[in-house]
Write a protein that binds this ligand. Structure first.
Ligand SMILES: C[S@@+](CC[C@H](N)C(=O)[O-])C[C@H]1O[C@@H](n2cnc3c(N)ncnc32)[C@H](O)[C@@H]1O
Length: 375
């Protein structure tokens, strides 16, 4: 069954499950009708696409991610109870700010010359100066206005979405393009985000997932897990996605804390691999001989108190798939597996069989495992 997918809005995000939303919602609906049913938990909310879709489909959502920008997006989208148009005067006011040269321009603004590296410091930049000058003015004004938590989150979300539309990147901030992208020439303009009036008491969390588990109510129906999965090839650690470093700029815009920066991409010091690694991004094997990331997933499934778990997994290597298969067999009863070819957007339903492990050498597949946890 594929069901109607609500509209969601987000930045470009590596690993976003936008394409999988119909499948995640269909699996959810099979066991949990929607309005009035017990809450669902999105443990690794990221871009917040899945949390938004759950909320718009009528579920009460507990949304969590360790990244601060994810908390800000979730606060704007899941906690808003006002008519979206009531934010228009605020957005108009922010758009009318006089551009200024400030900290963001100094570090992330480049001149409109053909080659980005013609900048004063010889570095490539994620935005043209005309847009970082606006960013400098608007971000200071958001703090000066002393807004309530949700309104401030709406303003910052609007700013980040606007910046995302004029960036000079391939969708992350560990390197920037050497020739300005065509969208970077556009003038940044804030818009009211695609909000709605939430009727349910959603809850937004910003913790390590294991801490978040401790704070959940007893009656969670479904936990959806989409961990980063490090690299599933021991020989390729540099290719892995590190969320804290990929999206360091969004963290800085949320905090407006003018942090110490390092490297050519001018990352925040606390986004370095040694300081900001997640156990789920760990590519090495632990003392037990198992992959550390898989041990973490094992612990996650074991410690989750929910009726069902939906686990996302992307194909790309045999090693983690073999071990993941053992974990899935040990800690739950698999009800359904969906294999989605995300390049072609085609879905195959699979009977529970260990055969999926053999296929994960093929790239470009996403798996959804529906696991019954209790009863
Ligand atoms: C694959 S992304 C999730 C994508 C999300 N489902 C979406 O559709 O946008 C993985 C997320 O896990 C978060 N993360 C990594 N380690 C975490 C941890 N220990 N606890 C909670 N979140 C964590 C990252 O910040 C990242 O946003």
């Amino acid at each position: 069954m594929i069901i109607q997918t609500p509209h969601t809005q987000a930045i470009k995000y590596s690993g976003s499950k936008l394409r999988l939303l119909p499948h995640i919602l269909a699996l959810t609906k099979n066991v949990c009708a929607g309005p009035g049913s017990p809450p669902v938990f999105d443990g690794f909310s990221g871009s917040t696409r899945v949390s938004q879709a759950f909320a718009k489909a009528g579920y009460t959502v507990y949304a969590n991610d360790i990244a601060l920008y994810s908390k800000i997006f979730n606060t704007a989208f899941l906690l808003n109870t006002r008519e979206p148009k009531t934010y228009q005067p605020l957005i108009d006011h922010l758009n009318s700010m006089e551009p200024v040269d400030g900290w963001f321009t100094e570090n992330y603004g480049g001149d409109d010359l053909h080659k980005v590296s013609n900048n004063d410091d010889g570095l490539k930049k994620p935005w043209q100066k005309k847009n970082t000058r606006k960013l400098d003015a608007i971000r200071e004004e958001i703090d000066a206005l002393n807004l309530d938590e949700v309104t401030k989150a709406v303003a910052i979300t609007s700013l980040i979405l606007a910046l995302d539309r004029v960036d000079n990147t391939l969708g992350h901030f560990v390197s920037y393009l050497s020739e300005w992208s065509s969208r970077s020439y556009n003038d940044m303009k804030l818009e009211v985000p695609g909000l709605w009036i939430n009727q349910n008491q959603n809850v937004v969390m910003n913790s390590d997932v294991f801490e978040a588990l401790q704070k959940l109510p007893e009656n969670i129906k479904i936990a959806y897990y989409d961990p980063p999965y490090g690299s599933n090839n021991e020989k390729m650690p540099p290719s892995r996605v590190r969320y804290a470093s990929y999206y360091h700029i969004w963290t800085t815009i949320c905090l407006n804390d003018k942090p110490v920066l390092f490297g050519k991409a001018k990352r925040r010091a606390d986004s370095s691999d040694t300081m900001a690694g997640s156990v789920f991004e760990e590519f090495r094997r632990g003392a037990s001989g198992k992959f550390i990331a898989i041990e973490a997933i094992e612990k996650l499934i074991r410690e989750t108190r929910a009726d069902y778990i939906i686990l996302s997994y992307s194909s790309g290597g045999r090693a983690t798939a073999d071990e993941l298969n053992d974990v899935l067999n040990a800690y739950g009863h698999i009800i359904e597996i969906r294999k989605i070819d995300y390049k072609r957007n085609v879905m195959a339903a699979m009977k529970w069989t260990n055969d999926w492990v053999k296929e994960t050498k093929e790239k470009n597949f996403e798996y959804l495992f529906m696991i019954e946890k209790r009863g």
